[in-house]
Design a protein around this ligand. Structure first.
Ligand SMILES: NC(=O)c1ccc[n+]([C@@H]2O[C@H](COP(=O)([O-])OP(=O)(O)OC[C@H]3O[C@@H](n4cnc5c(N)ncnc54)[C@H](O)[C@@H]3O)[C@@H](O)[C@H]2O)c1
Ligand SMILES: [Zn+2]
Ligand SMILES: [Zn+2]
Length: 370
C-alpha cells in the first residue's frame, strides 16, 4: 500500500515528507494506522548525527494508533485494537525481560539498522530504497508495520493524541525519578532540563513524595511550566542551583539529581555531582553524542561520599506494565498529560515542530494525523 512518512535522508537535512510504499505485515508483525506521534528530542539526535542510526530512516518513536491488520501468528491483537508503541520492544523471554527489565530487551539490538526484527528486511520503501525505522517504529507516518513486541494494547477510550506520550516521554521521565532515582518520601530532588522528559521526571518525583523539587533550565518559560508540574524551586543553571540547594538543605544537598537536558554534556557531570548529597544519586537520562568519551568527574565524590551515577533507559521500567499503570494514574487525575502538549502539528509540520523545539517553545509538540 501507499502511505506518507517523514524521512531523514542525510544528517543535517530537513525531514522529507513524502509517499512511501509499505509492504503487508509478515509473521509476527502488525500494520498500524497511526493516530499521533510526539516530537521527542531523540529524533533530533538523528538530524544532528549524535545518534548514528542507519539512514535513510523514518523518524518517530513516541506513537499511538489503531491496528489495521495482523500478520500470521499474532494472536493477541486484532484490527481495531488501540496500541501505544514501546520505543524499546519487549519479547518477554530474554534475560532482561524475564528479570523485570523490559526496557533493556535484547530485541533492542536491532535498532541501529532499523529493519524488521523477524528477518532483518524492510517493509518501508521510498525512491526505490529500503527505509530504516527509528526505534523499529517510524511513527512520523500515517501507517507503519512493526513487530508485535513493540505494541502495547490500551483501552479504547484513552485519547490517542495523549496516549502517544506514554510511548517514550512520560514513562522515561516518570521512571527516571521513580525507578532509576528511587525517589523516597521527603527527598530533595533536582531535575536538570524541563522539557518533555524533565516535566515527567518532576511529576514522578512529586508522586513519589519528594519534599522539594528544584527544576533547572536556562529558559524562563520552561522554569515557569516546571512549577505547574510540581517543582518547588527553579534555577537557570547548575551553577546557580549550587547556592540554592546548599541553602535549602543546610548543606546536606540533594538526594537525587536527574539529568534530562536536550543534549547530554560530559562537562555537566561534575556540577551535577556537586549538587548531590552523601550517597546521593545522579541519573543520566539525557542522550549524549555517541562519540563523546569524556566526562568531568571528581572521583573523590564517589569514593569519599559514596555518590552514585546511574544511567536510565525508558525509565528503567517495564513498558508492558508501566504504560497501562501510568494511564491509570492519568485516569485518576494524578498524572497530567494535557499540560505536556504545547502545540500540535500535522505530519507536514514536522520541520516546524523541530524548529520550535530548537527555539525552546514546547514542552512537547505532538503530530496528530487525521
Ligand atoms: N534515556 C532515555 O530512555 C531517553 C528517552 C527519551 C529521551 N531521552 C533524552 O532525554 C533528553 C531530553 O529529551 P526531551 O525530549 O525532554 O528534550 P527537550 O528539548 O524537550 O527538553 C530539553 C530541555 O533541556 C533544557 N536544557 C538545555 N541545556 C540545558 C542546560 N545546560 N541545563 C539545564 N537545562 C538545559 C532545554 O532548555 C529544554 O527545556 C534528550 O537528550 C533525549 O534524547 C532519553
Ligand atoms: Zn523519546
Ligand atoms: Zn526481551
Amino acid at each position: 500500500m501507499k502511505s506518507r512518512a517523514a524521512i531523514l535522508w542525510g544528517v543535517g537535512q530537513d525531514w522529507s515528507v513524502e509517499e512511501i510504499e509499505l509492504d503487508p505485515p509478515k509473521e509476527g508483525e502488525v500494520l498500524v494506522k497511526m493516530a499521533a506521534s510526539g516530537l521527542c528530542h531523540s529524533d533530533e539526535h538523528l538530524f544532528t548525527g549524535d545518534l548514528p542510526f542507519a539512514l535513510p530512516i523514518i523518524g518517530g518513536h513516541e506513537g499511538s494508533g489503531v491496528v489495521q491488520e495482523v500478520g500470521e501468528g499474532v494472536s493477541w491483537l486484532k484490527p481495531g485494537d488501540h496500541v501505544v508503541f514501546g520505543f524499546i520492544p519487549s519479547c518477554g523471554r530474554c534475560p532482561s525481560c524475564s528479570t523485570g527489565h523490559q526496557n533493556l530487551c535484547d530485541l533492542g539490538a536491532a535498532m541501529g539498522e532499523g529493519r524488521q526484527i523477524t528477518d532483518g528486511t524492510a517493509r518501508h520503501h521510498a525512491q526505490d530504497q529500503d527505509l530504516g525505522l527509528m526505534c523499529l517504529l517510524g511513527t512520523f507516518a500515517h501507517h507503519t508495520v512493526v513487530n508485535e513486541a513493540s505494541c502495547i494494547k490500551i483501552d479504547d477510550d484513552v485519547p490517542l493524541d495523549r496516549a502517544c506520550l506514554l510511548g517514550c516521554g512520560v514513562v522515561t521521565g516518570w521512571g527516571s525519578a521513580v525507578y532509576a532515582a528511587e525517589v523516597q518520601t521527603g527527598d530533595t530532588v533536582v531535575v536538570v532540563g524541563s522539557g518533555g522528559i524533565g516535566a515527567n521526571a518532576i511529576q514522578g518525583a512529586k508522586l513519589a513524595g519528594a519534599k522539594r523539587i528544584i527544576a533547572i533550565d536556562p529558559l524562563e518559560n520552561k522554569r515557569e511550566r516546571a512549577m505547574d508540574f510540581g517543582a518547588t524551586h527553579t534555577a537557570a543553571s547548575l551553577e546557580d542551583a549550587l547556592p540554592l540547594v546548599t541553602d535549602l538543605t543546610w548543606g546536606t544537598m540533594a538526594n537525587k539529581v536527574i539529568m534530562t537536558m536536550g543534549v547530554g554534556d560530559g562537562t555537566a557531570l561534575a556540577p551535577a555531582l556537586a549538587l548531590a548529597a552523601k550517597r546521593g544519586r545522579v541519573v543520566i537520562t539525557n542522550v549524549h553524542p555517541a562519540l563523546e568519551m569524556q566526562a568531568n568527574v571528581n572521583l573523590f565524590d564517589l569514593t569519599l561520599w559514596e555518590k552514585q551515577v546511574v544511567g536510565s533507559l525508558f525509565g528503567s521500567g517495564n513498558p508492558r506494565y508501566d504504560i497501562p499503570k501510568l494511564l491509570g494514574l492519568w485516569r485518576e487525575g494524578q498524572l497530567d498529560l494535557d499540560g505536556l502538549v504545547t502545540k500540535t502539528y500535522t505530519l507536514d509540520g514536522v520541520n516546524e515542530g523541530y524548529q520550535d523545539m530548537r527555539d525552546g517553545k514546547n514542552i512537547r509538540g505532538v503530530m496528530v494525523y487525521s
